[in-house]
Structures are given as structure tokens and as C-alpha cells.
Design a protein around this ligand. Structure first.
Ligand SMILES: NC(=O)C1=CN([C@@H]2O[C@H](COP(=O)(O)OP(=O)(O)OC[C@H]3O[C@@H](n4cnc5c(N)ncnc54)[C@H](OP(=O)(O)O)[C@@H]3O)[C@@H](O)[C@H]2O)C=CC1
Ligand SMILES: Nc1nc(=O)c2c([nH]1)NC[C@@H]1CN(c3ccc(C(=O)N[C@@H](CCC(=O)O)C(=O)O)cc3)C=[N+]21
Length: 282
């Protein structure tokens, strides 16, 4: 194994410590509300980690857990109440939602000023237009890792594997904004391995355990593994075959301990940003 391991867990801890210092100077506690509907098991870990991190950093954090059979109208009413609550700065509606609820309807119901996931079409549009707004946590976290690790982005060939609204697309926008030459690959891409081999920076966000093999990676490339996949034996693995990839790459993020903890740190960052924008430096 030759690649440098990019320690997202350590970077996230530093970001959270800095946030805690800033929050301690405020006359209010930034308020974060996570709305969870039903019992998606993958969401459990994330919601617990987030609550712990938010409280430790001095945020006023709470989870609103609604039953699995909650109707769309009931969820929208809950979101409307949080939109109207002046103590709430950030709202996150945990995905996936049960089938009776349209995800787009829930996302669009969140006040864009409190949309700490950055999923609202207004914030997605701002990002695409190069305007300031709330940026999705996972891609924001990836940009922090790249910056903290001294990865030169200007003019670099970046390949983003995956085009979801929550990871792939905003990731590509941020890399483009940092002057990368960006390729977005997806399930209809003709030759994924060949596209990936051209990447100096490769971001994998497909949700397929170990799909990216060692021979898909250019020697010395920076590999960011966004995938969080639970195997039947309980292990958590990324979208990249780690051992193979680490033998070729110049640097790589592990799973766990890579991008996941950064997502939570950036959720807190977004919540503080939203609070300061709404309330002033208070
Ligand atoms: N670290 C973190 O904090 C987070 C991690 N994740 C993880 O990241 C991964 C991706 O999440 P998300 O973006 O929400 O997933 P989605 O399922 O929404 O999107 C997956 C994307 O990958 C593409 N894809 C799927 N299979 C293939 C394939 N065989 N070949 C090429 N492309 C493929 C899809 O293509 P198409 O569009 O053509 O269907 C799609 O664009 C998951 O493992 C998820 O758990 C997600 C959020 C946060
Ligand atoms: N509205 C919404 N926003 C999200 O950002 C969102 C979501 N819904 N639904 C689910 C996905 C997934 N996700 C994770 C974030 C952090 C870890 C995380 O902390 N992972 C740690 C530890 C995980 C463990 O130990 O099990 C790690 O990778 O090291 C995992 C998963 C956010 N998501």
C-alpha cells in the first residue's frame, strides 16, 4: 500500500472544534432540527452521530421522529412549523422517505434559508449559477478534504462517478467552480473504467460496494470514496476496492473515517452559516 490516507475523521474533528469555539461566542445557540420519518436503518447511525456532534459543538439540536405511516400533508405541516419557528436555523429532512411521501415535495417545502442539506432547488440553482447559497454537506466536505490535503485543483482532470442531486451533481459543480476539468460518469457511461483512468481526482458516489477497481485508477491519482455501503456481514465499505486502489493511488479516503464524518461537520457548518445569515452575527 502506497497511497497517503486522507483522514476525514481528523479533519472533521478540527472543523467541529473550530465551530464550537465560534458558537461559544454567540448570544444564541444555532438551532438544528432533523426530521426522520419511519425506521430506515441506514439513517439511524447518521442521525445519532449528527445529534452527538451538534450537541457537543454547542448547537441546539433535536430529532423529530415521525411514524412510518405519516402522510405527506403531515410531514409538510411539520416542516411549515419549523420554517416558522425563529429558534430553528437549520432543517434536515432525512432521506430516504417512505413511499407515500414525494421526496421533491418535502425538499421544496423547506425554507431555502434553513435548507442546511442544500437540496432545495433554489440552492441547487444558486450553486449551478455560481451564486452564494447553502451547499450540500457531503460535496462541501469533500472540498474541505481536498483543500486540507493540499490537492491542486486548478486545471486538474476530475471525474465524478454518480450524478445524484445530493452528491454527484453538486460535487461536479464545486469541482468546476475550483477550475477542474470535470467529467460526470453514471450508469449509462460507455466505458467507466476508461473514464476513471483519466482522472487526477476521482470522486466515487455510486452506492456499489467496491465497484471501482485498482486498475481503474491512474497512478498517483487522488481518490475520494463517498460510498457508504453496509455489507450483509455488517461491515461498512465504500464504492472503491480500497486495498487495490491504495496500491495505485497517490492519496485515498478510507470508509469509514473518510467522507462520512465530514458530512456531519459540514452540516454543522451550514447550520452556523444559516444562523448567521438569518440572525446576524448576534
Ligand atoms: N459519505 C456520506 O456522507 C454520504 C454517502 N453517501 C453514499 O454515497 C453513495 C451514493 O449516494 P447517492 O448519490 O445518494 O446515490 P444514488 O443512488 O442517488 O445515485 C447513484 C449514482 O450512481 C450511478 N450508478 C449507480 N450504479 C452505477 C453503475 N453500476 N455504474 C455507473 N454508475 C452507477 C447512478 O447512475 P444513474 O443516474 O444513471 O442512475 C447515480 O447517478 C451511496 O453509497 C451512499 O450511501 C450518500 C450521502 C452521504
Ligand atoms: N437529508 C439527508 N441528508 C444527508 O446528508 C443524508 C441523508 N439524508 N440520508 C442518509 C445519507 C447518508 N449520510 C451519512 C452521513 C455520515 C455518515 C457517517 O458519519 N459515517 C461514518 C461512520 C459510520 C458508522 O460507523 O457506521 C464514517 O463514514 O466514518 C454516514 C452516512 C448522510 N445522508
Amino acid at each position: 500500500m502506497s497511497a497517503r490516507i486522507l483522514d476525514g475523521k481528523a479533519i472533521a474533528a478540527r472543523i467541529r472544534a473550530r465551530l464550537a469555539e465560534r458558537v461559544a461566542t454567540l448570544s444564541f445557540r444555532p438551532g438544528l432540527r432533523v426530521v426522520r420519518v419511519g425506521e430506515d436503518p441506514a439513517s439511524g447511525v447518521y442521525v445519532r452521530n449528527k445529534d452527538k456532534a451538534a450537541t457537543a459543538a454547542g448547537f441546539d439540536s433535536a430529532t423529530i421522529h415521525l411514524p412510518a405511516e405519516t402522510s405527506e400533508a403531515e410531514l409538510l405541516a411539520t416542516i411549515a412549523r419549523l420554517n416558522a419557528d425563529p429558534a430553528v436555523d437549520g432543517i434536515l429532512v432525512q432521506l430516504p422517505l417512505p413511499p407515500q411521501i414525494r421526496t421533491e415535495a418535502a425538499i421544496a417545502a423547506v425554507d431555502p434559508a434553513k435548507d442546511v442539506d442544500g437540496f432545495h432547488p433554489l440552492n441547487a440553482g444558486r450553486l449551478a449559477a455560481g451564486q452564494p447559497g447553502l451547499v450540500p454537506c457531503t460535496p462541501r466536505g469533500v472540498m474541505h478534504i481536498l483543500a486540507e490535503s493540499g490537492v491542486a485543483l486548478r486545471g486538474a482532470r476530475a471525474v465524478v462517478l454518480g450524478r445524484s442531486q445530493i452528491v454527484g451533481r453538486p460535487m461536479a459543480q464545486l469541482l468546476l467552480g475550483a477550475d477542474c476539468t470535470v467529467t460526470i460518469a453514471h450508469s449509462r457511461t460507455k466505458d467507466l473504467a476508461a473514464e476513471c483512468r483519466r482522472a487526477e481526482v476521482l470522486v466515487a458516489a455510486v452506492g456499489r460496494p467496491g465497484m471501482v477497481r485498482g486498475d481503474w485508477i491512474a497512478p498517483g491519482a487522488v481518490v475520494i470514496d463517498v460510498g457508504i455501503n453496509r455489507l450483509p456481514d455488517g461491515r461498512l465499505v465504500g464504492d472503491v476496492a480500497f486495498a487495490e486502489a491504495a496500491a495505485v493511488a497517490g492519496a485515498i479516503t478510507p470508509v469509514p473515517g473518510g467522507v462520512g464524518p465530514m458530512t456531519i461537520a459540514c452540516l454543522l457548518e451550514n447550520t452556523l452559516d444559516a444562523a448567521l445569515a438569518r440572525r446576524g452575527a448576534g
